[in-house]
Design a binder for this molecule. Structure first.
Ligand code: CAO
Length: 624
């Protein structure tokens, strides 16, 4: 008989209010035991919560963006009840209850399995200040509690052996990346390793501040709880927790030096991952299997070797970048299986997270020959220069937003044949009218800038020229024309360029558009834009008018097909057939995808747009 089973959030250890970043199933889906249901993420670990029953999903109670705690209902699953699947599910569940639910965090799993008393261990963590960040990693807690459950031991005063913390049921876990090299200075909580299983990826943070004396693991190794990672030279020997105050003082003193060390670490990392890759390849050809028997930690990961030999024809995986990619364990697993380098995949999930769909569509696109990999393979590379040979340099890590926008801009630049059409619009009347209306708008709390009028005019032009509001279908054989007008605008923020989207711009008057502009730009500057607020755009406007310039070449926000660049308006003498008259002229730079739009269409578009901007009455017409 069919039976309904509630699948709930497993014990999450010290975590609470954990973000649900992806829901992998919907009502009506059929799942097997161990199929992922949701993906949870903290700032140091992400994990899949698998199903403990097989059957049909009848209800999903969480959504992406929710936060959850232990015991919260995830889904209700109707099992077939004919015995076989159920008993498998029950067995799985029992096993989970008795030992470790496969959705547990590794740290929590450790608590249960090691039988050292989850509570006791947790109280140890609490002693260390209840620091969530340490606990989240499953590694920091061990370190902070003085090596009781693994993490670090004091070798001799000033030398501290750092070990892999208690990983619970997880044994022989892949080291995906080693973040430090000999000689590096690390602060407490700096990531030392990234470990990855098929259900979780996590960082092992440093239990203390110090200088790395020796690193004994490499990327590609497998490690287990208690394995040595490195030796740390600490100021205060191994005294637990003693570093807290002093670390801060040291950090204050050596702030600049620390930045440089971080930059060197990055270089070291790059070097390390490159070397590790070479070493792995050599090992494989010299001794295909069992070469390192007896040293589990040193045993090479078969999967790592396999993935290097993927006959996919895709570019090689950049391990360092892969480990930092914003993706869940299940997506990482999928990418590994397919031989896809996550660095190359654009994430469409919340905060740019890479979803399974993104990996699949990258593969599809690449196999169809239109993908970035195909193009990238033929690209000559820019020469690498050791700039330090010529003078002092500081290397700073790029922020996440800058990295995401860099990839997108490059993908667009490489994939879309860009042409830019320049024009001038006479906005003398528009500007006069704006000045008249500015005061009244300000009383309503609205800053009426030229951009609101420009967006209004763009929507009118897009209605007139629907191809500009389209996207090329991924099959390259169809055009998708959109009957909605969601207008993105480039916003300059301290973290880099973002493109918030004004939804349904055709239903908004200039005041509403100005209101949206102000609200979204403020959220952009504060880094508070949600993924939804940056998605779904059909056309983008990039205004540098508030800053200056006379023209530029904006890069199309692909898969859109056109972008309007706007520069600073200036008073110019314009010949009206009888005489020169001073007119306020606005420079327009329209970049378009020449696969979709012809030059003549582009010239018609900008000419029409100039006309619309010159007719302020039309821009101020009430929305029907
Ligand atoms: N010509 C002359 N003056 C202009 C103008 C133009 N084209 N556009 C704006 N201005 C004026 C505004 O009227 C305002 O002056 P007042 O305060 O006297 O009214 C001033 O410049 C500043 O405007 P603003 O920048 O605050 O407002 P905005 O609506 O024009 O722009 C935003 C908002 C978010 C687009 C802008 O702040 C921004 O980030 N611009 C940079 C976008 C960018 O980086 N683009 C390049 C991306 S790469 O393709």
């Amino acid at each position: 008989m069919a039976e309904r089973k509630e699948i709930r959030v497993p014990d999450l250890g010290d975590f609470s209010d954990v973000d649900v970043i992806e829901v992998l199933v919907s009502a009506g889906d059929t799942v097997e035991v161990e199929d992922g249901l949701i993906v949870l993420e903290t700032d140091k670990a992400s994990m899949d919560v698998p199903s403990t029953a097989a059957g049909k999903v009848v209800e999903v109670s969480v959504a992406s963006g929710d936060t959850v705690n232990e015991g919260d209902l995830i889904a209700v699953i109707e099992t077939s009840g004919d015995g076989e699947e159920d008993s498998a599910a029950d067995e799985e569940k029992d096993a989970g209850d008795a030992e470790v639910s496969s959705g547990d965090t590794p740290a929590d799993a450790g608590d249960k399995q090691a039988g050292n008393g989850g509570d006791e261990d947790r109280s140890g963590k609490d002693d260390s200040g209840g620091d969530d960040s340490g606990d989240e990693s499953g590694g920091g807690s061990g370190g902070k509690s003085g090596g009781k459950s693994g993490g670090d031991t004091v070798a001799e005063p000033g030398r501290r052996k750092v070990e892999v913390p208690d990983l619970g049921d997880f044994d022989e876990v892949d080291v995906i990346e080693v973040h430090v090299a000999e000689g590096d200075e690390v602060a407490e909580e700096d990531p030392l390793l990234t470990l990855e299983t098929d259900k979780a990826s996590m960082e092992v943070p440093s239990p203390a501040a110090g200088r790395v004396a020796e690193v004994v693991v490499s990327a590609g190794d497998k490690v287990s709880s208690g394995d040595e990672i490195l030796t740390l030279l600490t100021e205060r020997g191994g005294s637990d927790g003693g570093g807290d105050g002093d670390d801060t003082a040291e950090a204050d003193e050596a702030d600049e030096a620390e930045q440089e060390a971080a930059a060197k670490r990055q270089t070291g990392r790059d070097r390390e991952s490159g070397e590790a890759g070479t070493e792995r390849r050599q090992t494989q050809s010299a001794a295909p299997s069992g070469e390192q028997a007896g040293s589990g930690r040193r045993e090479r990961a078969d999967s790592a070797d396999e993935r290097r030999d993927m006959p996919s024809g895709f570019p090689a995986i950049d391990e360092a970048g892969f480990s930092r990619a914003h993706a869940s364990p299940s997506v990482r697993r999928l990418a590994r299986e397919l031989g896809v380098d996550l660095v190359r995949v654009d994430g469409t999930g919340r905060k740019g997270r890479i979803l399974a769909e993104d990996v699949k569509s990258w593969v599809k696109k690449t196999l169809q020959g239109g993908g970035e990999a195909a193009t990238g393979a033929a690209l000559p590379s820019v020469p690498e220069v050791d700039f330090a040979r010529y003078g002092d340099v500081v290397t700073q890590p790029l922020g996440r937003i800058r990295k995401i926008s860099a990839r997108r801009l490059q993908a667009s630049w490489l994939n879309l044949p860009h042409v830019t059409q320049h024009d001038l619009a006479d906005i003398t009347e528009m500007e006069e009218r704006r000045q008249e209306l500015k005061g009244t708008a300000a009383e309503r709390g609205i800053k009426l800038t030229p951009l609101a009028f420009i967006i209004k005019a763009c929507v009118q032009a897009l209605k007139e020229f629907p191809r500009f509001n389209s996207s090329l279908h991924p099959d390259g054989e169809h055009l998708v024309l959109k009957h909605y007008f969601h207008i993105g605008f480039a916003a300059d923020t301290p973290n880099g360029l973002v493109v918030p989207v004004i939804r349904d711009a055709e239903r908004k008057d200039v005041y509403e558009l100005a209101g949206d502009l102000a609200e979204l730009s403020a959220a952009a500057r504060e880094g508070k834009l949600s993924a939804e607020q940056m998605q779904g755009g059909t056309f983008t406007v990039s205004s540098l008018g508030g800053i200056g310039g006379t023209a530029f070449t904006p890069i199309i926000n692909a898969p859109e097909v056109a972008i309007l660049g706007v520069s600073r308006s200036s008073m110019q003498p314009v010949w009206n057939g009888r005489e020169f008259k001073p007119r306020l002229m606005l420079p327009l730079s329209l970049s378009y995808d020449h696969r979709v739009i012809d030059g003549a269409d582009a010239a018609r578009f900008t000419t029409w747009l100039s006309g619309a901007l010159g007719d302020v009455g039309g821009l101020l017409e009430a929305i029907p």
